[in-house]
Ligand binder design. Sequence first.
Ligand code: SAH
Length: 373
Amino acid sequence: MSSTHPNLPVVKISPRGATRLKSGHVWIYRSDVLGSEAIPPGSVVTVSDQRGKMLGTALYSSSSQIALRLLSHEPVPDSLALLRQRIIDAIAYRKDIVRDADAYRLIFSEADFLPGLIVDRYNDILSIQVLTQAMDTNPMRETFISTLQEQLNPAAIVERVDPRVRELETLPPRASGLLHGDKTASTFTMNSVQFLYDAMEGQKTGAFLDQRENYAAAARYAHGAALDVFCYHGGFALHLAPHCAAVTGIDSSRPALEQADKNAALNHELLGNKEIEWIEANAFDLLKDYSAASHLYDTIVLDPPPFAKTKRDLDSALRGYKELNLRALKMLRKGGVLVTCSCSYHVGQTDFLEMLALHYVIIRRSYLVILFR
Ligand code: SAH
């Protein structure tokens, strides 16, 4: 008896790979693939163990170290129908859990059982990223574009291309651009705060959507004089402003600050007559100067870019976090709040907390709100 789908190529994997799949992991590395010579890049394949027993259905990459990304533990007779259904399920799930926002990650790759597809919603514009050979094939592209159109009726679908990912997947170069509609600018709302959106600009797909709930949490504790360090488009600063007497945002990027200022203008009703001060500076230098000059704040947000992109950067990353957090803690008034974030994949929660606890004990003032990205 064979439960494999007759039309799909079969990829055999090592016992180690099979154990990983069975324990719930959804990736198989190339080193666990036992021969896959004739398989076209980006194929949907049946995965089997050494003896030919079917383990599931996966997306195959001919070049990535992640050779197989599991689609299902079952045979998949129609992968395009499955893609469509999973998109519908992901949309329904977000409808259930997202509150007070029309900007959020709608589809998150493996987390939605859609390996290699990311879709962010910014009000009426969808911004997508395609990260694997399989998702880049024409039938897959046609299916996800038509399903998104039919389910959400967006004004536009924009693709943001990461050239490095296409290189790793040996996919031909491709420009970022519109896949549907012609709108590239809009506004979106998170927790009643409005933001301008330009689909072709900015980092990632345009905003740091993963901070949405943290903005709301930070706003609950914010008071007095606030400093938003690494403020980008003002995500935290704008959320803090209604609760604070004065807010200053700091970033080294002038275009980011210009956008932040426009966002402040868009929220003039929410902010009343409050002006947010934006300062273009290197945050390390500025915090050094401010702490030396004994500037004090009641609320400080630290949300730096990732410091540890690889494991090797861990020590220097922790030194960077230590410097920033120590200075910020010194600059907090009694009863102040530090909102401190890390988006470094290789800095674990324990490392980060240890780094903070050390200084918290030394300084003995204030309390902390710790937010993770
Ligand atoms: N808090 C933001 C996201 C911050 S992303 C939000 O919620 O949207 C990190 C930001 O740090 C970027 O805007 C980048 O321009 C800025 N940045 C990077 N290095 C910096 C430095 N040395 N000094 C100040 N800003 C820096």
